[in-house]
Design a protein around this ligand. Sequence first.
Ligand SMILES: NC(=O)C1=CN([C@@H]2O[C@H](COP(=O)(O)OP(=O)(O)OC[C@H]3O[C@@H](n4cnc5c(N)ncnc54)[C@H](O)[C@@H]3O)[C@@H](O)[C@H]2O)C=CC1
Ligand SMILES: O=C(O)C1=NCCCC1
Length: 284
Amino acid sequence: MDIKFIPAEDVKRVLHFSELIPQMESALKKFSSKNVEQPVRSIVSVKEANGFLGVMPAYSSTDQALAVKLVTFYPQNTDVPTHNAIIAVFNSHNGIPEVIMDGEVITTMRTAAVSAVATKYLAAGDASTLAVLGSGVQARSHIQALSSIRSFKKINIWSRTKKNAEKLAGEVGGTAYDSVQEAVKDADVIVTVTSSSTPVLMKDWVKPGTHVNAVGACRPDWQEIDPDLMRSSVLYVDSREAAMKESGDVILSKADIFAELGEMVLGVKEAEVQKTTVFKSLGV
Ligand SMILES: NC(=O)C1=CN([C@@H]2O[C@H](COP(=O)(O)OP(=O)(O)OC[C@H]3O[C@@H](n4cnc5c(N)ncnc54)[C@H](O)[C@@H]3O)[C@@H](O)[C@H]2O)C=CC1
Ligand SMILES: O=C(O)C1=NCCCC1
């Protein structure tokens, strides 16, 4: 067996948002048309680390693609990334494993690319202020991906450690804020990318018509968004099945899911641009 290994630097070299965002738009359509076989990931909890190992298999007959991502989330890591992953790709005709590749870069970029698809459809065309809550890997990736979809004049950043918000603001030409309320008050698009298990974004702080990409809180007992904001917004998800199993923001608020992103891209469900919208991302 001759299994090729593709390291992170090679993945990074060939993966670009300009191609990845349209690919994700297409993948979301296939997912919601039930054209791929993709069960909700299995999670093995690692209680000592407040973390988990996620097993994410998928098969697309139209793409002749059979693969599995193995991803760990160790939120307390400080000297190494909190998310680490590998992806194994199999020959879909004979089941032979062909490639093992880094999955960290793909996790970083794929997540932001899907939020970019949500933002393209759900944010106002003239959206000019982006607010980002969190200052880690996904914060950076989201600023890059979303800036390719809308021309933001202002990027407001809040992080629980101000110095980290200032560092990121320096990198992207943004402004660091002391409070979430101040950071989001003028925002047309908000991204929540924290490892918080309790809500950081409150309904009363969000102006009507804003689009929120809610990316953190991927556990059934974790929340990042005020339940009132979840219930009063038009709610989109990547996967209904995953949202009902994995998202504390959805499960605990009992908010109604309006659509999967793929249904919206297919035109089966409206893109409610005028209304306050939340895209609850879990990762598929
Ligand atoms: N929806 C999806 O497909 C994916 C979701 N994620 C989630 O996105 C979030 C961010 O991921 P990364 O940027 O890769 O992680 P990271 O570890 O690089 O950054 C985490 C950020 O959250 C902040 N944070 C941690 N605990 C907090 C708390 N209690 N209150 C407020 N802020 C807190 C940290 O200061 C840091 O700014 C995580 O929840 C992660 O699990 C990550 C990858 C894919
Ligand atoms: O899709 C992913 O990959 C992840 N989603 C939720 C948090 C862990 C990684």
